[in-house]
Write a protein that binds this ligand. Sequence first.
Ligand code: 13P
Length: 256
Amino acid sequence: MSTRKPIVVGNWKLHNTISESLALVTELKNQLAAVRDVEVGVAPVFTALHPVAKRLEDTAIQVVGQNCHHEERGAFTGEVAPSLLADAGASYVIIGHSERRQHFGETDEGVARKARAALDAGLRVIVCVGETESERDAGETERRVGSQVDAALAQLTPDDVPGLVLAYEPVWAIGTGRTATPAQAQEVHSFLRGRLEGKLGSQAAGVRLQYGGSVKAENAEELLAQPDIDGALVGGASLKAEGFRAIVKAAQGDRA
Ligand code: 13P
Protein backbone atom coordinates (compact mmCIF):
# COMPACT_ATOMS: atom_id res chain seq x y z
CA MET A 1 0.00 0.00 0.00
CA SER A 2 1.26 3.47 -0.77
CA THR A 3 2.10 5.95 1.96
CA ARG A 4 0.45 8.76 0.03
CA LYS A 5 -2.41 10.29 1.98
CA PRO A 6 -5.60 10.03 -0.09
CA ILE A 7 -7.19 13.32 -1.14
CA VAL A 8 -10.89 13.67 -1.96
CA VAL A 9 -12.11 17.03 -3.23
CA GLY A 10 -15.64 18.10 -4.09
CA ASN A 11 -15.66 20.39 -7.12
CA TRP A 12 -18.98 22.18 -6.84
CA LYS A 13 -18.55 23.89 -10.22
CA LEU A 14 -21.23 26.55 -10.82
CA HIS A 15 -23.57 25.46 -8.04
CA ASN A 16 -24.70 26.75 -4.66
CA THR A 17 -25.41 30.20 -3.28
CA ILE A 18 -23.61 31.32 -0.14
CA SER A 19 -26.38 29.99 2.09
CA GLU A 20 -26.59 26.68 0.20
CA SER A 21 -22.82 26.36 0.43
CA LEU A 22 -22.87 27.00 4.15
CA ALA A 23 -25.64 24.46 4.68
CA LEU A 24 -23.64 21.83 2.80
CA VAL A 25 -20.35 22.44 4.61
CA THR A 26 -22.07 22.52 7.96
CA GLU A 27 -23.29 18.98 7.26
CA LEU A 28 -19.86 17.96 6.04
CA LYS A 29 -18.24 19.52 9.05
CA ASN A 30 -20.43 17.45 11.36
CA GLN A 31 -19.72 14.27 9.44
CA LEU A 32 -16.10 14.66 8.44
CA ALA A 33 -14.35 17.08 10.78
CA ALA A 34 -12.61 14.27 12.63
CA VAL A 35 -11.26 12.58 9.48
CA ARG A 36 -7.47 12.78 9.51
CA ASP A 37 -6.35 9.85 7.37
CA VAL A 38 -7.89 11.33 4.20
CA GLU A 39 -7.41 14.92 3.12
CA VAL A 40 -10.82 16.36 2.30
CA GLY A 41 -11.54 19.55 0.38
CA VAL A 42 -14.40 21.51 -1.14
CA ALA A 43 -14.26 23.92 -4.07
CA PRO A 44 -17.11 26.45 -3.88
CA VAL A 45 -17.83 29.26 -6.34
CA PHE A 46 -15.61 32.30 -5.68
CA THR A 47 -18.37 34.31 -4.00
CA ALA A 48 -18.90 31.59 -1.38
CA LEU A 49 -15.23 30.85 -0.78
CA HIS A 50 -14.62 33.15 2.17
CA PRO A 51 -17.81 32.34 4.10
CA VAL A 52 -17.13 28.62 3.57
CA ALA A 53 -13.55 29.03 4.77
CA LYS A 54 -14.77 30.84 7.89
CA ARG A 55 -17.25 28.06 8.60
CA LEU A 56 -14.50 25.42 8.24
CA GLU A 57 -11.88 27.38 10.18
CA ASP A 58 -11.50 24.93 13.05
CA THR A 59 -11.58 21.78 10.89
CA ALA A 60 -9.11 19.93 8.67
CA ILE A 61 -11.39 20.33 5.63
CA GLN A 62 -9.53 22.29 2.95
CA VAL A 63 -10.99 25.08 0.85
CA VAL A 64 -10.13 24.93 -2.83
CA GLY A 65 -10.38 27.54 -5.58
CA GLN A 66 -11.79 26.35 -8.92
CA ASN A 67 -9.45 28.48 -11.01
CA CYS A 68 -7.08 31.43 -10.76
CA HIS A 69 -5.20 33.87 -12.95
CA HIS A 70 -1.42 33.74 -13.37
CA GLU A 71 -0.88 37.43 -12.61
CA GLU A 72 -0.95 38.76 -9.08
CA ARG A 73 -2.51 42.13 -9.88
CA GLY A 74 -3.20 44.55 -12.69
CA ALA A 75 -5.73 45.35 -15.37
CA PHE A 76 -7.29 41.88 -15.66
CA THR A 77 -11.01 42.45 -15.26
CA GLY A 78 -12.86 39.45 -13.91
CA GLU A 79 -9.80 37.50 -12.80
CA VAL A 80 -8.76 36.32 -9.33
CA ALA A 81 -5.11 36.11 -8.26
CA PRO A 82 -3.71 33.11 -6.39
CA SER A 83 -2.79 35.25 -3.37
CA LEU A 84 -6.39 36.52 -3.23
CA LEU A 85 -7.64 32.94 -3.06
CA ALA A 86 -5.24 32.35 -0.17
CA ASP A 87 -6.43 35.59 1.42
CA ALA A 88 -10.03 34.33 1.23
CA GLY A 89 -9.05 31.09 2.97
CA ALA A 90 -8.17 28.67 0.15
CA SER A 91 -5.20 26.32 0.47
CA TYR A 92 -5.55 24.63 -2.93
CA VAL A 93 -6.57 25.64 -6.42
CA ILE A 94 -7.79 23.50 -9.33
CA ILE A 95 -5.94 24.34 -12.54
CA GLY A 96 -6.66 23.31 -16.11
CA HIS A 97 -10.02 21.64 -15.54
CA SER A 98 -11.31 20.31 -18.86
CA GLU A 99 -14.31 22.66 -18.63
CA ARG A 100 -11.89 25.59 -18.51
CA ARG A 101 -9.96 24.18 -21.46
CA GLN A 102 -13.16 23.44 -23.41
CA HIS A 103 -15.28 26.53 -22.72
CA PHE A 104 -12.75 29.22 -21.81
CA GLY A 105 -9.91 28.53 -24.17
CA GLU A 106 -7.37 27.55 -21.56
CA THR A 107 -4.15 26.24 -23.06
CA ASP A 108 -1.37 23.97 -21.78
CA GLU A 109 0.91 27.02 -21.61
CA GLY A 110 -1.66 28.93 -19.56
CA VAL A 111 -2.00 25.98 -17.20
CA ALA A 112 1.79 25.97 -16.68
CA ARG A 113 1.82 29.68 -15.87
CA LYS A 114 -1.07 29.34 -13.44
CA ALA A 115 0.51 26.36 -11.68
CA ARG A 116 3.75 28.28 -11.19
CA ALA A 117 1.96 31.40 -9.94
CA ALA A 118 -0.27 29.48 -7.53
CA LEU A 119 2.64 27.58 -6.01
CA ASP A 120 4.59 30.83 -5.69
CA ALA A 121 1.61 32.29 -3.79
CA GLY A 122 1.77 29.40 -1.31
CA LEU A 123 -1.21 27.47 -2.66
CA ARG A 124 -1.12 23.79 -3.49
CA VAL A 125 -2.35 22.91 -6.98
CA ILE A 126 -4.60 20.25 -8.45
CA VAL A 127 -3.62 20.10 -12.11
CA CYS A 128 -6.19 18.39 -14.34
CA VAL A 129 -5.48 16.36 -17.44
CA GLY A 130 -7.65 14.09 -19.56
CA GLU A 131 -8.43 12.93 -23.07
CA THR A 132 -11.65 13.34 -25.05
CA GLU A 133 -13.66 10.40 -26.26
CA SER A 134 -12.39 10.71 -29.81
CA GLU A 135 -8.79 10.83 -28.58
CA ARG A 136 -9.37 7.64 -26.59
CA ASP A 137 -11.05 5.95 -29.56
CA ALA A 138 -8.07 6.91 -31.72
CA GLY A 139 -5.63 5.35 -29.24
CA GLU A 140 -4.29 8.80 -28.38
CA THR A 141 -4.91 8.79 -24.61
CA GLU A 142 -1.29 8.49 -23.48
CA ARG A 143 -0.03 10.96 -26.04
CA ARG A 144 -2.64 13.50 -24.98
CA VAL A 145 -2.35 13.25 -21.19
CA GLY A 146 1.43 12.87 -21.47
CA SER A 147 1.75 16.13 -23.35
CA GLN A 148 -0.62 17.88 -20.93
CA VAL A 149 1.50 16.77 -17.99
CA ASP A 150 4.77 17.73 -19.67
CA ALA A 151 3.38 21.18 -20.42
CA ALA A 152 1.87 21.72 -16.97
CA LEU A 153 5.11 20.78 -15.28
CA ALA A 154 7.32 22.84 -17.56
CA GLN A 155 7.98 25.45 -14.89
CA LEU A 156 8.00 23.13 -11.86
CA THR A 157 10.92 21.41 -10.11
CA PRO A 158 11.16 18.46 -7.68
CA ASP A 159 10.93 21.04 -4.84
CA ASP A 160 7.33 21.70 -5.90
CA VAL A 161 6.23 18.10 -5.34
CA PRO A 162 4.71 18.62 -1.87
CA GLY A 163 2.32 21.17 -3.38
CA LEU A 164 1.34 19.14 -6.42
CA VAL A 165 -1.70 16.93 -7.01
CA LEU A 166 -2.47 15.62 -10.50
CA ALA A 167 -6.07 14.81 -11.43
CA TYR A 168 -6.83 12.46 -14.30
CA GLU A 169 -10.29 13.32 -15.58
CA PRO A 170 -11.22 11.68 -18.86
CA VAL A 171 -13.48 14.23 -20.56
CA TRP A 172 -15.92 11.52 -21.70
CA ALA A 173 -16.51 10.49 -18.08
CA ILE A 174 -17.26 13.96 -16.68
CA GLY A 175 -20.90 14.47 -15.81
CA THR A 176 -21.92 11.61 -18.11
CA GLY A 177 -22.41 8.81 -15.60
CA ARG A 178 -19.84 6.86 -17.65
CA THR A 179 -16.98 6.17 -15.26
CA ALA A 180 -13.66 4.83 -16.46
CA THR A 181 -13.36 1.27 -15.24
CA PRO A 182 -10.91 0.84 -12.38
CA ALA A 183 -8.56 -0.95 -14.79
CA GLN A 184 -8.79 1.84 -17.40
CA ALA A 185 -8.16 4.49 -14.76
CA GLN A 186 -5.28 2.58 -13.17
CA GLU A 187 -3.65 2.11 -16.57
CA VAL A 188 -3.57 5.87 -17.19
CA HIS A 189 -2.53 6.65 -13.61
CA SER A 190 0.36 4.23 -13.86
CA PHE A 191 1.39 5.86 -17.15
CA LEU A 192 1.18 9.31 -15.51
CA ARG A 193 3.29 8.19 -12.58
CA GLY A 194 5.96 7.05 -15.03
CA ARG A 195 5.77 10.35 -16.88
CA LEU A 196 6.19 12.25 -13.61
CA GLU A 197 9.23 10.13 -12.81
CA GLY A 198 10.86 11.28 -16.01
CA LYS A 199 10.42 14.86 -14.91
CA LEU A 200 10.73 14.70 -11.13
CA GLY A 201 12.77 11.56 -10.54
CA SER A 202 12.13 9.60 -7.35
CA GLN A 203 10.04 12.48 -5.99
CA ALA A 204 7.27 11.41 -8.38
CA ALA A 205 6.35 8.62 -5.98
CA GLY A 206 5.07 11.31 -3.60
CA VAL A 207 2.71 13.00 -6.04
CA ARG A 208 -0.93 12.17 -5.39
CA LEU A 209 -3.00 11.23 -8.43
CA GLN A 210 -6.75 11.78 -8.23
CA TYR A 211 -9.29 10.22 -10.55
CA GLY A 212 -12.30 12.32 -11.59
CA GLY A 213 -15.28 11.54 -13.80
CA SER A 214 -18.64 10.29 -12.50
CA VAL A 215 -17.20 9.15 -9.16
CA LYS A 216 -19.98 8.23 -6.76
CA ALA A 217 -20.55 6.18 -3.64
CA GLU A 218 -21.17 3.04 -5.69
CA ASN A 219 -17.92 3.03 -7.66
CA ALA A 220 -15.51 4.88 -5.36
CA GLU A 221 -14.25 1.91 -3.41
CA GLU A 222 -13.10 -0.07 -6.42
CA LEU A 223 -11.48 2.95 -8.07
CA LEU A 224 -9.69 4.03 -4.91
CA ALA A 225 -8.37 0.52 -4.32
CA GLN A 226 -6.14 0.84 -7.41
CA PRO A 227 -2.46 1.25 -6.52
CA ASP A 228 -1.93 4.54 -8.37
CA ILE A 229 -5.29 6.16 -7.56
CA ASP A 230 -4.75 8.31 -4.48
CA GLY A 231 -8.05 10.11 -4.31
CA ALA A 232 -10.99 11.50 -6.21
CA LEU A 233 -12.05 14.81 -7.71
CA VAL A 234 -15.82 14.64 -7.44
CA GLY A 235 -18.34 16.78 -9.28
CA GLY A 236 -22.05 15.96 -9.11
CA ALA A 237 -21.82 13.51 -6.21
CA SER A 238 -20.15 16.16 -4.01
CA LEU A 239 -23.27 18.35 -3.98
CA LYS A 240 -24.98 16.15 -1.40
CA ALA A 241 -23.28 15.61 1.94
CA GLU A 242 -24.22 11.96 2.20
CA GLY A 243 -22.86 10.93 -1.18
CA PHE A 244 -19.65 12.85 -0.64
CA ARG A 245 -19.16 11.39 2.81
CA ALA A 246 -19.51 7.88 1.37
CA ILE A 247 -16.70 8.61 -1.10
CA VAL A 248 -14.46 9.88 1.71
CA LYS A 249 -15.25 6.70 3.64
CA ALA A 250 -14.25 4.65 0.60
CA ALA A 251 -10.90 6.48 0.58
CA GLN A 252 -10.51 5.71 4.28
CA GLY A 253 -11.27 2.07 3.58
CA ASP A 254 -8.36 2.00 1.18
CA ARG A 255 -6.06 2.99 4.05
CA ALA A 256 -7.41 0.40 6.45
P1 13P B 1 -18.62 14.57 -12.24
O1 13P B 1 -18.22 13.85 -10.96
O2 13P B 1 -19.90 15.29 -12.13
O3 13P B 1 -18.51 13.65 -13.42
O4 13P B 1 -17.51 15.71 -12.47
C1 13P B 1 -16.16 15.37 -12.40
C2 13P B 1 -15.35 16.61 -12.40
O5 13P B 1 -15.26 17.30 -13.40
C3 13P B 1 -14.67 17.00 -11.15
O6 13P B 1 -13.78 18.04 -11.36
